[in-house]
Design a protein around this ligand. Structure first.
Ligand code: GDP
Ligand code: GDP
Length: 454
């Protein structure tokens, strides 16, 4: 289940406007709650690759006299109980009302993280409307305009850093593998070899796109999903001639996979097309394993494999983290070893790094090698956090993200790799603008996310 984020607040503060802005409203589901005037609405949302379900609690009508009348109270309690985080919306135009205090008292008695958004602040010039909300004891009110979008991204950045990220039981989770490569590289031979020889339990299941059929196989008691392979497996002699290299098909598989097996015909040498396919896999953030296939055809002398690896590395520098191996789909050489590589890459690909460890690595990296000035001003790096896995994605707040040089960004990424041991997976570092936050190496004072949980 995705984490649930409940939106609560008194009538007319802008809850549904907020809900519509943040969710893909077309997926919204409506659920009625007995005794209240408006139904609850559920909608899926995603921010910085973190998925969650937003619930507009609906609630009570304007003329409800008592907020704590039975059904309303029950609904609010349920909204808090079932949520991983709560967003309370306040009305920056209407100001503080007694209802707000009652609601906040209720929220404070729970241990859920709560973010307070003061809505209808339609631009920076209206931020002085925030002041009266400090009187409620809110440490960090977020000024937003649900209608115009002002402040929403700051609020959501904070939200995804406090909600537990959607994760299913890793033991039950199936690793999804795409096999890509140019025509005749040996994709179908490899798949048939994997599915045939290993005496696997094989079953076909419909993929998510029309005409994609996936295959589940079991290796060493572990299930893997081979994406869009049923068609390849059945490919007969006739269609073999007809089937052209379909980039769209490859892209679709890459979009759905965790790990891409990039099959290269080693006998034919490494071509531009191989590299561009590897590039697609990289752009999509897949874990990648490079397979130099038809190794049986390659004439071997001393260090032949080494020479091939070097050539491959040189041509695909962007994939320097991806393990490479020589195999033969025809003879089966090393084919069984592919899955232990897949497991190793996947483990890193789905890893979560603690915020403490991450910030330690970054603050040390910043001290060792200071960023250059931006228009005479110092670049300041604030707090960093991992916002998602698959691939591990980190957000770091900076005062001028656009001024961070590409090479410096790469330096930081390498430091993260080194410090965390994420050496075989792609990682992402997103720089986001933020001012006035806790700078690395400075004492934490404002906006401690734990504080607003109370
Ligand atoms: P709900 O009852 O809490 O769901 O509130 P609604 O989303 O229905 O909004 C109540 C009213 O506030 C509507 O007339 C909205 O157009 C207005 N409103 C919502 N968000 C904003 C905002 O950001 N700025 C302004 N100026 N008005 C807003
Ligand atoms: P696909 O188009 O990528 O699916 O490639 P196929 O699996 O159809 O293979 C293309 C040709 O290469 C076929 O004639 C295969 O028999 C041959 N082939 C595939 N893998 C190997 C291998 O490891 N060694 C040798 N010698 N031939 C191979």
């Amino acid at each position: 289940m995705k984490p649930i984020v409940s939106v609560i607040g008194r009538p007319n503060v802008g809850k549904s406007t907020f809900f519509n802005r943040v969710t893909r409203a077309k997926n919204a589901l409506v659920d009625n709650f007995p005794g209240v005037t408006r139904d609850r609405i559920f909608g899926d949302a995603v921010w910085n690759d973190v998925e969650f379900t937003l619930v507009d609690t609906g609630g009570y009508a304007d003329d409800d006299q008592d907020l704590f009348a039975g059904p309303i109270r029950a609904q609010i309690n349920q909204a808090i109980a079932e949520a991983e985080a709560v967003i309370m919306i306040l009305d920056g135009k209407g100001g503080v009302s007694p209802f707000d205090r009652d609601l906040m008292a209720l929220l404070r008695s729970s241990d859920k993280p709560v973010l307070y958004a003061v809505n209808k602040i339609d631009g920076e010039e209206q931020e002085d409307r925030l002041y009266e909300f400090y009187s409620l004891g809110i440490d960090v009110p977020f000024p937003i305009s649900a209608e115009h979008g002002y402040g929403i991204s700051d609020l959501l950045d904070e939200l995804v850093s406090v909600i537990p990220t959607f994760r299913t039981d890793p033991a039950k989770e199936m690793i999804r593998i795409a096999v890509v490569g140019r025509p005749n590289a040996g994709k179908s031979s490899l798949i048939n070899r994997i599915l045939g020889e290993e005496r696997l339990v094989v079953s076909d299941i419909p993929g998510t796109t029309r005409d994609a059929v996936d295959t589940i196989c079991k290796v060493n008691q572990k299930s893997y999903c081979l994406i869009d392979t049923a068609g390849i497996r059945r490919k007969g002699k006739v269609t073999e001639k007809i089937e052209k290299f379909s980039i769209i098909k490859a892209l679709r598989s890459l979009d759905r996979c965790d790990i891409a097996l990039i099959v290269i015909d080693a006998a034919d040498g490494i071509t531009d097309q191989d590299i561009s396919i590897a590039g697609y896999a990289h752009e999509r953030g897949c874990g990648c394993i490079l397979l130099l296939n038809k190794w049986d055809l390659v004439e071997k002398e001393n260090n032949t494999a080494k020479t091939y690896y070097e050539r491959l590395r040189l041509a695909s520098k962007f994939l320097s983290f991806a393990p490479a191996m020589t195999i033969s789909a025809l003879t089966g050489q090393r084919v069984s070893k592919i899955f232990s590589r897949v497991d190793a890459v996947y483990e890193q690909y789905s890893t979560r790094i603690g915020t403490g460890q991450l910030n330690k690595i970054l603050s040390e990296a910043l001290v060792r090698n200071e960023p250059s000035l931006h228009q005479g001003k110092r670049l300041k790096f604030y707090y960093a956090t991992q916002v998602s896995t698959k691939p591990p994605t980190f957000v770091c707040f900076v005062n001028y993200p656009e001024a961070v040089h590409f090479s410096y960004e790469r330096y930081l990424m390498n430091q993260i790799r080194e410090g965390t041991g994420l050496t075989q997976t792609p990682i992402r570092l997103l720089l986001r603008q933020r001012t006035g936050r806790i700078e690395f190496g400075k004492k934490k004072k404002e906006r401690d996310p734990k504080k607003s949980r109370k």
